[in-house]
Design a protein around this ligand. Structure first.
Ligand code: NAD
Length: 330
């Protein structure tokens, strides 16, 4: 079995190699693995000649054109080493008889804890305090926060990560308003209150997004939905960048409608994230504008990045490749 990894980073290579080594002792035919640092897209798909399984990540562009080339190369399976599958054209893959697997759950607490890190940092400004104190500046002006206890927080999407966020927020003593297309008994038992999306937007001083990106949820946060929220709202997105219209965010920050913005994902992140661009001129004007606001905190899609989650992702992905588990269907 010839396997090609795309968008590979050094921190994941050794874990995967060790797992394939163990799997190889039992596997027939033998397993050969190649790692590419660059992404998979319609320009790089021709590298897959003779490859039976491609392993991709969040920003690989597995559109219909890419899949057509993969099919011509003889690829049988696409294994996503992440949860979201918005970057793969499932219909096109199904049509070609190529199966697609993903890692539906790996330590949802990992992303939930990063969500809280964004909320707490934006609120208590620990990132600014860190620099100030190192420079001998102990003034508190500009560092004023608010007490999270008893505040109302809105959670959009109450799946695995959303539920982990609700559990933590309830521990902080927050009132938690929830919206999902399906209500979940466990959420109600944790003290979450299901309301309409409009009610959630109207009554929450913090709104955090945990639903997948699809045709229905694309730009769910836009100028119109933003106008329903209280002035100075805190918006957090650790889900997928396309849930938020970044033009509307910039206007919302300028008008002070948005008091705090915490992003781990960005709608055009595939051109930026996971790579060092520190010596280049970044061409994305919206991204650059967002980084100029003092009340915006952006991390580069690191919500999943803990030892525990990486290890779980690797184990589940290897099992998916060998046993074809966790197949995504239309
Ligand atoms: P999940 O499938 O367990 O939960 C998603 C929930 O969203 C489900 O309950 C679903 O019913 C709900 N939903 C679907 N469409 C909706 C809509 N239009 N409005 C409201 N709710 C809707 O997924 P999860 O494991 O909790 O992951 C949530 C998202 O987090 C993923 O889609 C992925 O994009 C993102 N994610 C980000 C990172 C990161 O590193 N930042 C890591 C893993 C996952």
């Amino acid at each position: 079995m010839n396997i090609a990894f795309f968008s590979t980073r050094s921190y994941e290579k050794d874990t995967f190699l060790a797992l394939f080594d163990t799997a190889s002792t039992k596997a027939t035919p033998p397993i050969n693995v190649s790692f590419y640092e660059h992404g998979l897209n319609k320009h790089t798909a021709h590298l897959c000649k003779g490859i039976s399984v491609v392993v991709v990540f969040v920003n690989d562009d597995v559109c219909a054109a890419t899949i057509k080339i993969l099919n011509e190369c003889g690829v049988e399976h696409i294994a996503l080493r992440c949860a979201g599958f918005n970057n793969v054209d499932i219909a096109a893959a199904t049509q070609c008889g190529i199966s697609v697997s993903r890692v539906p759950a790996y330590s949802p607490e990992t992303v939930a804890e990063h969500t809280l890190a964004l909320i707490l940092t934006l609120n208590r400004k620990t990132h600014k305090a860190y620099n100030r104190v190192r420079e001998g500046n102990f003034a508190l002006s500009g560092l004023l926060g608010f007490t999270l206890h008893s505040k109302t927080v809105g959670v959009v999407g109450t799946g695995k990560i959303g539920k982990a966020v609700i559990r933590i927020l309830r521990g902080f003593g927050c009132r938690v308003l929830c919206y999902d297309i399906y209500e979940d008994e466990e959420v109600i038992n944790m003290g979450g209150e299901y309301v309409t999306l409009t009610e959630l937007f109207k009554s929450s001083i913090i709104v955090t997004l945990h639903c997948p990106l699809n045709a229905q949820s694309q730009h769910m946060i836009n100028a119109q939905t933003l106008s329903q929220m209280p002035d100075g709202v805190m918006l957090i997105n650790t889900s997928r960048g396309g849930l938020i219209d970044s033009n509307a965010m910039i206007q919302g920050l300028k008008s002070k409608k948005i008091g705090y913005l915490g992003l781990d994902v960005y709608e055009r992140e595939s051109e930026l994230f996971f790579t060092d661009h520190s010596n280049e001129i970044i061409q994305d004007d919206n991204f650059q504008r967002l980084t100029t606001f003092p009340n915006v905190l952006i991390t580069g899609h690191q919500g999943f990045f803990t030892q525990e989650a990486l290890s779980e992702i690797a184990h589940i992905t290897v099992d998916n490749i060998i046993y074809r588990n966790n197949i995504v269907s239309l």
